[in-house]
Design a protein around this ligand. Sequence first.
Ligand code: SF4
Length: 894
Amino acid sequence: MSEQPTPVRTTCAYCGVGCGIVATTADGNTTIAGDAAHPANGGLLCSKGAALAETLGHGGRLLRPRVHGRDTGWDEALELVAHRFRDTIAKHGPDSVAFYVSGQLLTEDYYVFNKLMKGFIGSANIDTNSRLCMSSSVVGHQRAFGEDIVPGCYEDFDLADLVVLVGSNLAWCHPVLFRRLEDARQRRPDMRIVVIDPRQTPTAGIADLHLAIRAGSDVELFNGLLAWLDREGCRDYDFLEEHTIGAVEAVAAARESARSSAVVAAACGLAVSDLEEFYRMFAATARVVTAFSQGVNQSSSGSDKVTSIVNCHLLTGRIGKPGMGPFSLTGQPNAMGGREVGGMANMLAAHMSLDDPGHRRIVQEFWKSPRIASRPGLKAVDLFEAVREGRIKALWIVATNPAVSLPAADRVRDAIASCDFVVVSDCAADTDTAVLADVLLPAAAWGERDGTTTNSERRISRQRAFLNPPGEARPDWWILSRVAERMGYADAFAFESVHEIFDEHARLSSAGNDGARAFDIGGLAGLSAEEYESLEPIQWPVPERGHRGTARLAEHGAFFHPSGCAHLVPTTPRRPSHETCMRFPFVLNTGRIRDQWHTMTRTGTSPRLSDHMPEPYVDLHPDDAATIRLDDGDFVKVTTAWGAAVLRSRTSGEMPRGMLFAPMHWSDANCASGRVGALVNPAVDPASGEPELKHTPAAIERVVPAWHGVLFGRTTQKVPDAELWTRVCGDGFVRFELAGLRPEQDLAARGRLLLNVQPGRADLLEYADEGAGIYRAAIVRDDRIAACVFLSRRAQMPSRDWIAGLLAKPALDENDRMALLAGRPLAGATDNSPIICSCFNVRRSAIDEAIDRHGLQTPEEVGSCTRAGTNCGSCVPEIRTLLGVILANRSRAA
Ligand code: SF4
């Protein structure tokens, strides 16, 4: 395929909002813009989506198949993979092999992996990293509705009179949907927003009411609401009578656990008045959307949390109508598409059930497969435990990095390393997981892939390739199909295009489906290649040709249990799997930050995105920090029963006492000690298998480095010799933040080692003060900095922006050289405050100053004064929080 100078309409690579993007490539450069015609975003993009063009380079890409570290051709690699899987199955049976795939895959990729494992290998040992983010919602949907359906759509956020956000930092994790909510509230100021989250996140900044509940007490809260709604006469009797089963039992169980507001408030750590204010708002408002995300799902009782939320909507009949309903926010771009093809260990294809012999027959006949899996396979955490125990002997990991992202990640890493045969397909060459592979298969990356994704509101969108894959990289569906052919299944996997796969997937969705299953896209079967190419975003079900898609499900009370009714299911609160104790007195909560995605293999290559929060950190309450004499930016060791990490401390003001928050993104590939997955307890929800990523008992201790440093290089990828380091991507350079834990007698020697130079070299500028414990040096070639290092026994380091400015200069002058040795500009102050607006590089200090100097009151005024927040808008919630803090301080001072 040649590069196309014409704009290509595609879909964002990141979160479940599923924004449409227009990519235009000319002369080797791609520009990215929001697709104004896409219903999910109407042209808006957040900071991550807007920076996609910066992630398209080939640095760090896997370009050729590799077998045991040796580059090879596709034939050898594919033959080896097919042979080892075939051989393992022959010797040890179908359940001795497994695939671990990803919500990053396109639906067509997912489809073929699932088809091979369940229909041809005959095992259900295929699971996905989506297990870690929304499998509890799947269980909640299946229990209540009889099928994994999201009843509502994004328009409901525009139409609701009350939006309840539970365990969702929407402002950072689904920013474009958050902006849509902000706009709706601006148009309709009477709309109310309640945020339920232990943390005072940027999302909580727009809440009329923020309930900072005790971590893990969601079932208590929503059981209390169910009992309250029942007591206050909010039942929709007609709806309950005609369309539901189980209300009496669910309400009885709720009453049992929520005997009074005082009991619930105590369990949730809330004031009774706040709790009852929420209950009154909910009871009095017909148009309520309750949106929930990982704070609900990632729990050992995540399924019950979802169920307790859905029960409240069913009791009041607030579902399936404009502006109302429970709404699961999916984390990944194609978590929904993966569910549609059955890409999880406990599902069959097309929303059919592994436990249903009739469904198994439909799928097997459709696939003409020799066998079909007849029982659920291993879910993610159990799957890697089986690898560790040697029960899984051949493992294929696709587009994901479990050595970083799974709980107890050290154990997972050891498990993968001990497996007899490991295949990894990825676009990145050196992930923590890729380095453990026997066979590495180069996959096409976002801009090179073709297929479809489904977003949180069931909208199927085309992802279209606009670049050629570099080297030997190939799409995942192609790789799998060629392996399947070599395993002896040539007829069933003779796919030569994504269009053929999509057509088969669409036909299967309508096979044996007379309306019994909501997931039916039979209307998209039989599209010509041109029609598929130009397919417009559409929400399933699409049961017949010409159907325009379905905004809401359950509109007329139709559900998908055999009875046609929805089920209210009793829930009983359970405490998290592991409680805090003397040894581990804190609760560790993990999650995402605004400008990074998963394990940073893409966003970590964007200088703009790397600036927002460049180093792994742990956020904690200022009083907790004070107990161990921590200042912001000091190092702190976080220890749990499963692992330890050394992180920068941060006291953002968001955290309640006793809770820690650490981002999930950093890995061994980009820092020495920030792999937070290693700390997380591997307990899972018994129904969904989703791990408890938000609640691990932890301890903290202050770490005082013997020396600090920062190293800049043009090209170096080599990991520096220091106990603590973090790699940060810059514009035209790589930066390492450094610290050493062992005393260093000779900082100059250490610095030269880091620069890899001998003293006295003509191109080396050096300043050393042994008494003060300072070393500064730069290698200057052709009047430009090739590399430079600053080391000190004290934590103060030069401004990174200032050094980046010197690196960008075409030629250093004499003052620059002197300033380098002085470790600061010869005139003027430097600014190390954090970047708030990535689009316009606006730092916190500039915003603080503008607010103070001009008496600014709103994010809009800050925007007009500093430009911050006026492009993608992702930083507006942070600006609002800053304003809140500064205005509150001002009024206290007055
Ligand atoms: Fe991508 Fe941001 Fe849209 Fe999510 S909200 S799909 S990350 S542009």
